[in-house]
Design a protein around this ligand. Structure first.
Ligand SMILES: *[C@@H]1O[C@H](CO)[C@@H](O)[C@H](O)[C@H]1NC(C)=O
Ligand SMILES: *[C@@H]1O[C@H](CO)[C@@H](O)[C@H](O)[C@H]1NC(C)=O
Length: 167
């Protein structure tokens, strides 16, 4: 139901410009705020190439290098300048882990993302309990999704963050 409310909000916020129904929303970059670790604030999400058509969601302070994202319905895509789509994916509650990496992979992506009060979120019904940033194996802060069915013991080097959509 929360998701429906946010979709209604989204629809309302696009009323100002005449757009065709189903047109993807305006593009935005995703920027961190609300971290208790100050160096994790004001970072932009970008895709760290990990294989053909595969990448991890990693952060950089360089806004220029960060790709733009968009929502088509509730599917989130990154515009990596290719002719095919790159979908944002939260790898859900599949392995009894308290948080899961966020990937940006070539393909149709995954539904159930939304922008709520200006922030990019995933569906609570799918187990989302917020975003987590940790310094990880790409030698950069990396994006994870907390899974609400577990009580996370968050390492002190990690922090919860809010992902703000910057238009
Ligand atoms: C930021 O990224 C742009 C585009 O990739 C690059 O040209 C620029 O040198 C980068 N700036 C810094 C400070 O790394
Ligand atoms: C957006 O979603 C609609 C409905 O699923 C689909 O027909 C359309 O091709 C999608 N557009 C893009 C740009 O992905």
């Amino acid at each position: 139901m929360k998701l429906l409310a946010s979709l209604a909000l989204l629809a309302a916020s696009t009323l100002a410009t005449p757009v065709a129904p189903r047109a993807p929303t305006k593009e935005f970059k995703l920027k961190t705020t609300d971290s208790t670790i100050s160096e994790f604030n004001n970072l932009y999400l970008y895709s760290y190439h990990t294989g053909a058509g595969l990448s991890d969601g990693v952060f950089s302070s360089n806004a220029t290098a960060a790709p733009k994202f968009s929502l088509n319905g509730t599917t989130a895509y990154a515009d990596l300048g290719t002719s095919f789509l790159w979908g944002v994916e939260v790898n859900g509650d599949t392995n009894y882990a308290a948080w899961e990496p966020v990937t940006i992979n070539a393909g149709q992506g995954e539904a159930e993302f939304a922008i709520q009060d200006g922030n990019f979120v995933y569906s609570e019904e799918q187990g989302f309990a917020g975003w987590l940033v940790c310094p990880w194996y790409h030698n950069a802060p990396q994006l994870f999704a907390l899974i609400k069915y577990y009580d996370p013991v968050i390492p002190s080097s990690c922090s919860k963050v809010t992902l703000k959509a910057v238009y």
